[in-house]
Design a protein around this ligand. Sequence first.
Ligand code: NDP
Length: 245
Amino acid sequence: MSKKVIVITGASSGIGEATAKLLASQGNQLVLGARREARLQEITQAIENAGGEATYAVTDVTDLDSVKQLAKKAVDAYGRIDVWMNNAGLMPQSVLAEGKVTDWNRMIDVNEKGVLYGINAALGIMREQQSGHFINTSSIAGHIVGPGSAVYSATKQAVLAISEGLRQEEAQAGSNIRVTVVSPGAIATELTNSITDEEVKKGTEQFYDLFAISPERVAESIAFAINAPADASINEIIIRPSKQV
Ligand code: NDP
């Protein structure tokens, strides 16, 4: 397998961190983006200590310029972008009647607009290379809506729609750009920390405690999609804990 330059947003914890570490251990060059610099430094150091290559840029995916700086960091450091993973996300769920407008806006800005900004930052570079691969993190909540998940699910449905539109457009353009959307079920990460409704947070944490699986399981699926031969585009991966109904 040839070495790839892989950019991951939301790489400071959870699925992004696990994916960065796994892909670095496979000999790829990683560029990590998120807001918490200390965490990015720690993860970059851990990758280097294990013999891998990584760098990072403090990135806020709600700010297009910041996302473009992340792309620039990748090109300056390693000369190209082979894979861009739009993974940063939040899940402050609550019922609509609570009227948590600030949480709705945060989810739309990070989960939905953040993905569009990532595509905007990397697509031109990949078009010039005539190759590339987007990995966009949706969720099982993009497939199933429940009470409290309307806005989160809407943002994750948007990720599915954006990914499918991008896939079709790039296939039509013959640009050799692949698109994979990954829809995980319950994964044990820091995601529930973003829930601001205490009751919903408690209930979600109890649900996760029953069977959530480690983010390394998701990382392995993403590596499978990235390592597939260039003429095969794995378009969607749904990965649930075996015990999740
Ligand atoms: P974590 O909370 O561990 O990770 C979320 C990541 O997003 C962090 O690295 C955080 O970094 C980053 N992030 C949040 N806001 C911003 C921002 N404005 N700019 C840049 N980065 C940001 O949770 P997960 O690993 O679980 O979440 C990763 C993705 O997986 C999300 O899109 C989530 O919706 C999705 N997902 C998770 C599931 C789960 O059960 N855990 C299930 C289905 C989907 P920082 O705070 O440093 O900026």
